[in-house]
Ligand binder design. Sequence first.
Ligand SMILES: Cc1cc2nc3c(=O)[nH]c(=O)nc-3n(C[C@H](O)[C@H](O)[C@H](O)COP(=O)(O)OP(=O)(O)OC[C@H]3O[C@@H](n4cnc5c(N)ncnc54)[C@H](O)[C@@H]3O)c2cc1C
Length: 307
Amino acid sequence: MRDIERFIREFESDPDTESVLADVPMAEHCSFRAGGRADCLLTSRSEAGFVRALARLRDAGLPYFVMGAGSNLLVRDGGFRGVIVKPGADMRAVRVSGSRVVVMCGAPLSALASAAADAALGGLEFAQGIPGSVGGAVYMNAGAYGGDMGGAIESARALRPDDGAIFSLRRDEMEFSYRSSSFSASGAVVLEAVFALAPDDADAIRARMSEFARRRAEKQPLRLPSAGSFFKRPEGGFAGKLIEDAGLAGLACGGARVSPLHAGFIVNEGGATASDILDLMEIARSVVFDRFGVMLHPEVRIIGDDV
Ligand SMILES: Cc1cc2nc3c(=O)[nH]c(=O)nc-3n(C[C@H](O)[C@H](O)[C@H](O)COP(=O)(O)OP(=O)(O)OC[C@H]3O[C@@H](n4cnc5c(N)ncnc54)[C@H](O)[C@@H]3O)c2cc1C
């Protein structure tokens, strides 16, 4: 029996497994609604099951990838040969304690931002409209409208996959910078995060959230599947502006298009393959480089094999 089949068989009967699926179309699990298949997708109901699965994968030497909500992820059309692990139902808890919010990695950012607002705690208004999980957002140092995760987090509890150790990190140990944290280099998995927030007027917090939502709805193509801004912001400029100035807004490859509303977004207009999206990415990179001498780098995490 192949190692992966043995893994599936074992985790099918694990009480902490929410679901364990074979040959999974990852388009159904990523906000792009595009991409290849994974050999296996395991959703662990509890932290204990999640940690046990990662230990098992390490011991079996099976390739794996930890995902959150899949809102910044694209699996190439040839698929991912290994196991994708995702936090499940009991890993979405959000708890307010004084001026701190303690949240598990699988919680949606919107739930974190709402809990903070309900408790009249300010500092996470920016996070309301970002469609990711807390784990993915800490890894990416997601941010918007002047705020980011690194600015509000106090500490995190994480798992080191190499030896299975669970350890705590203070904010200054997480090396936050623009859309980056220490988690990308270390491979550590965020299990839980603590945000230290400032008491504020609840109506003022809600007003800021509404204003950010209004700006998002006006400027972003939210009705079509995407992964948000495809590229990182280059030094001294904006990817969307450079792509637009290069005359590429509206350009299509198959079912993928550079959004005419916000040229930093690549949208799936229906039936886009990962290759359509990646072809468009390469055109945008090379035309912008030729025109302006600026190399764009994807913010979206791209995994798996070409066909
Ligand atoms: C419409 C739209 C708007 C968006 N707007 C914004 C925005 O304003 N600002 C912004 O920054 N982003 C934005 N994004 C992108 C995306 O929502 C963020 O990057 C988000 O933080 C990704 O979280 P996720 O849970 O979906 O991560 P995934 O896409 O599932 O994974 C992204 C990365 O995080 C890693 N990861 C996931 N969970 C963990 C974990 N527990 N521990 C360690 N690593 C983990 C994965 O391995 C992967 O490398 C937008 C996306 C969309 C679709």
